[in-house]
Design a protein around this ligand. Structure first.
Ligand code: AMP
Length: 213
């Protein structure tokens, strides 16, 4: 079964997805991480995705569906948490074609006001080696600019620069927000307030996940 975690860029999906995966026995699939990995490996998919990603735009649906199917596999017993997919209604419909193996049981939306999103993204730092995420003020690493988990020097994502962030927020409003209505119409959408302490948000997310599964 699939649980979809959705929300605007900077809403905290990655942080909550890691907690849900660790504590509630889900396998997390982040399409953003999968694409960044393809870029690191220098694959054709990575080459095709780079331009779109660096400009904050969505990578074409057919590329994403291929990546997704590869990541999902065919084990019908797995509990999968999707972080970053679907990003538009077409992708949500494509995901439904896999329902016989991976039915979507619910979508959890992290709700965060736009002003807060911009400040969160501009302070975000990521580990290029293990993908751990930090924030310069809200969640700083123990040693400045060094990953707590693997000691690699932290970087900023190319698409976290201010002008790219505005494009990503626009893309979210136009393409991704309608996905909430898609799942609402099926009675599968829950919203959680994404502002506050990580653990307090997780407690709310967990309540919803417990109801869904
Ligand atoms: P994320 O790490 O989820 O913020 O994703 C980073 C970037 O990867 C996005 O801005 C898109 O360019 C691309 N991406 C990730 N997931 C998708 C998706 N489901 N559809 C299209 N593009 C995606």
């Amino acid at each position: 079964m699939i649980l979809v975690l959705t929300g605007a860029p900077g809403a905290g999906k990655g942080t909550q997805a890691d907690l849900i995966a660790d504590r509630l026995r889900f396998r997390k699939i982040s399409t953003g991480d999968a694409l960044r990995n393809q870029i690191k490996l220098g694959t054709d998919i990575g080459k095709q995705a780079t331009e779109f990603m660096n400009h904050g735009r969505l990578v074409p649906d057919d590329i994403l569906f291929g990546v997704l199917k590869q990541e999902l596999g065919t084990n019908t017993q797995e509990r999968i948490l999707l972080d970053g997919y679907p990003r538009n209604v077409e992708q949500a419909k494509a995901l439904d074609t896999l329902a016989a193996i991976h039915p979507v049981k619910g979508a959890v939306n992290l709700d965060v006001p736009k002003e807060e999103l911009v400040s969160r993204i501009s302070g975000r730092r990521v580990c290029p080696a293990c993908s751990a995420t930090f924030h310069v003020s809200a969640n700083p690493p123990k040693k400045e600019n060094v990953c707590d988990k693997c000691q690699t020097a932290l970087t900023s994502r190319p698409d976290d620069q201010p002008e790219k962030v505005l494009v990503r927020l626009q893309v979210y409003e136009q393409s991704t927000r309608p996905v909430l209505d898609f799942y609402k119409a099926k009675g599968l959408c829950w919203s959680v307030n994404g502002v506050g302490q990580t653990e307090a948000i997780y407690a709310e997310v967990k309540k919803v996940v417990d109801r869904i599964v």
